[in-house]
Write a protein that binds this ligand. Structure first.
Ligand SMILES: NC(=O)C1=CN([C@@H]2O[C@H](COP(=O)(O)OP(=O)(O)OC[C@H]3O[C@@H](n4cnc5c(N)ncnc54)[C@H](O)[C@@H]3O)[C@@H](O)[C@H]2O)C=CC1
Ligand SMILES: CCCCCC(=O)/C=C/[C@H]1C=CC(=O)[C@@H]1CCCCCCC(=O)O
Length: 262
């Protein structure tokens, strides 16, 4: 899938991984709607991006992914401004074990909300042009991260949801691929502020820090490169793509008859 002339929505795009996703999509010719709760960061970023990549290539839309109304309105505005939506990256996420209900609401329900809105806008069986959705999970979605049980649960949920929706989309001829990205540690504000957000298992942070020492920390452009692969490679649907500093690759899962096309 070539990105020239394509349009994308990226959630949680004002900083961190979402900002890097936005930049790589713009570099490759797409227009991008930057959705975030942080208006100041988001508006400043879009001003800079439009200077660098050309007027009106990026659009800031204030949106909390926990709100059906705000998310729906943002999709509508992006579709009106760009003509149609081809790509959605559900990236917005938090890590705060003390506010675990918020994590479920943002990390899991926010991804479901965004995906279902995108299916309505993009599916070929509803007059759309098809497209691709990438959900940002984590390596914590593949194995348990003992410092963060609820974060781990949300990311396992994202991967399960992604795989089921991908199979359902293919079986329904929607023309929409859905994949998940599973990064290891990435050097963003979420990562550098974790220590104060681990809640009742904060005493286990030594073990987590040892893992960080052993595995190292990815930078955001490295993660964005992997997202570009999931967006552009039209053979990929229902995949979980893991990325660490020293290796990356597609996760093998056991095959179940329930994901076969009826
Ligand atoms: N940093 C890391 O080590 C890793 C992060 N991830 C995932 O990557 C995604 C992005 O994380 P980072 O860039 O590290 O975080 P970050 O904290 O640097 O940036 C997150 C962005 O999302 C926005 N945001 C937060 N809640 C929101 C909401 N309710 N609605 C809309 N926007 C919201 C924030 O304002 C911020 O701009 C998350 O889903 C995270 O779980 C996955 C693996 C590793
Ligand atoms: C006290 C600092 C270290 C704490 C690290 C931690 O508990 C959580 C890190 C997570 C931040 C966002 C994520 O998604 C990170 C988890 C990444 C999982 C890494 C698993 C290791 C691997 O097998 O690659």
């Amino acid at each position: 899938m070539a990105l020239d002339g394509k349009t994308a929505i990226v959630t949680g795009a004002a900083m961190g991984i979402g900002k890097a996703i936005t930049e790589i999509l713009l570099k490759n010719g797409a227009k991008v709607a930057v959705l975030d709760v942080n208006k100041v960061e988001g508006e400043n970023l879009v001003k800079d991006l439009n200077k660098e990549y050309g007027a009106d290539r990026a659009l800031f839309l204030s949106c909390n992914v926990e709100s059906d109304e705000e998310f729906k309105a943002a999709f509508q505005k992006a579709a009106e401004a760009f003509g149609a939506i081809d790509i959605l990256c559900n990236n917005a996420g938090i890590l705060n074990e003390e506010k675990w209900q918020d994590m479920i609401s943002i990390n899991l329900a926010g991804v479901i909300r965004g995906t279902y809105l995108a299916l309505e806008h993009m599916r070929k069986t509803n007059g759309g042009g098809g497209g691709v959705i990438v959900n940002i999970a984590s390596m914590a979605g593949l194995g348990p991260l003992l410092t963060c049980p609820v974060y781990t649960a949300t990311k396992h949920g994202v991967i399960g949801f992604t795989r089921a929706v991908a199979a359902a989309s293919a079986a329904s001829n929607y023309g929409i691929r859905v994949n998940a990205l599973c990064p290891s540690f990435v050097g963003t504000e979420l990562f550098t502020t974790i220590e104060h957000k681990l809640g009742q298992f904060a005493h286990l942070k030594g073990a987590a820090n040892q893992l960080v020492e052993k595995l190292g920390v990815l930078n955001t452009p490295e993660v964005a490169e992997c997202i570009l692969e999931l967006v552009t490679d039209e053979t990929k649907n229902g995949e979980a793509f893991m990325v660490r500093t020293e290796m990356k690759g597609y996760v093998p899962f056991p095959s179940l008859s329930s994901t076969d096309k009826p």
